[in-house]
Design a binder for this molecule. Sequence first.
Ligand code: PLP
Length: 425
Amino acid sequence: MESYYGPDFSSLAREDPDVARLLVEELARQRGGLQLIASENYTSPAVLAAMGSTLTNKYAEGYPGRRYYGGCEVVDRAELLAIERAKRLFGAEHANVQPHSGASANLAAYAALVRPGDTVLAMALEHGGHLTHGSRLNFSGRWFDVVSYGVRRDTELLDYDEVRDLALRHAPKMIICGATAYPRPIDFAAFRGIADEVGAWLLADVAHTMGLVAGGVAPSPVPYADAVTFTTHKTLRGPRGGAILCTEEVARRIDRAVFPFVQGGPMMHVVAAKAVAFGEAARPEFAEYAERVVANARTLTATLEAAGMRPVTGGTDTHLAVFDLRDLGVDGATAERRCAEAGVTLNRSVIPYDPGSPSRTSGIRLGTPCVTSQGMGPDEMEEIGSIVAQAVRNPNAVASLITRVKALVSAHPAYGDAPTAVGDD
Ligand code: PLP
């Protein structure tokens, strides 16, 4: 029996009702409010089914046709399917679909292309980069000499002249482009030019936007970067995991970095689910979905801007936007809490040149992948914008806002036909 809790939820409910109840409660949470975390999405039942499958039982260290375990003939085919679909979808020469996550994919890319102590040029975390782009708390900042570039103070856009100056001054072995909280397209050709000028590898980390690339609404780094890392669970709407695309030139290094350097056996159930997600992302409906994600982000951003929340860079061309709340006199943590009380999940975020701190940021970040997967469109974005703006400004409005959130999510339920209690399945 298939359900949204796994292929045989009734046996889980029988064997371990404590865990079963948690699955039910978490789905109720996901369905009961608005999920505006930019890095989240609702996977399809087909992806869930592959993830909840007996492929989890199989050890398959190595690569198709070159495993360290017997009995891999079937999972070999699953991995080859994922590899071929990823290559076709993104026009890549080589794909590695084994990374367990975006961070593992990045660790493998560093391991393949640079050595500890080498200089790496990457976007500053405070300006929208990721922990793995040089944070002192992460392997990247601990083991590499990371020089950071940022965005301009006046436009809040990437400053390619600064990137070039820093590259010429520091001669990095690798340049990383890609971000966690940057709402505008990245000029991958410009990064390629700079990397070529200083003889550096170019790594594009498009963890966030790869679904938009698949849908044809964001620029692809594949023609420009030596390696491209991404997650499969954000805009791409697949299982939690990572993947790497690269040129033939570095393919062997990348494969050896993923296994045996960084990881052991791959999660074959997740690899199969990645194949499902790549298949789904190749369909015309997915391109329409990606277009609606961006259109929704623009409408939501315009609505919030009209309500006094300043969008960083003045707007968005992607699935996410970052807002500066200083004019409202509310910090990001307070805004996050007030929205949560109204049934809206989003996260605090630093803004470029933030005078606050990582725990008391001046901004919030929100995104539209989840609400778009629920089938919401421009009217709902205006309603969500109005709800978020009121929640942020007025803590006393919570009760009426909860009613409005419930109206939206019951008109557009996530996983519309999922059972709501253990035993309903
Ligand atoms: N790289 C970027 C740009 C990201 O935004 C993220 C996640 O937010 C990651 C890497 C890490 O992905 P994961 O959480 O799957 O390790």
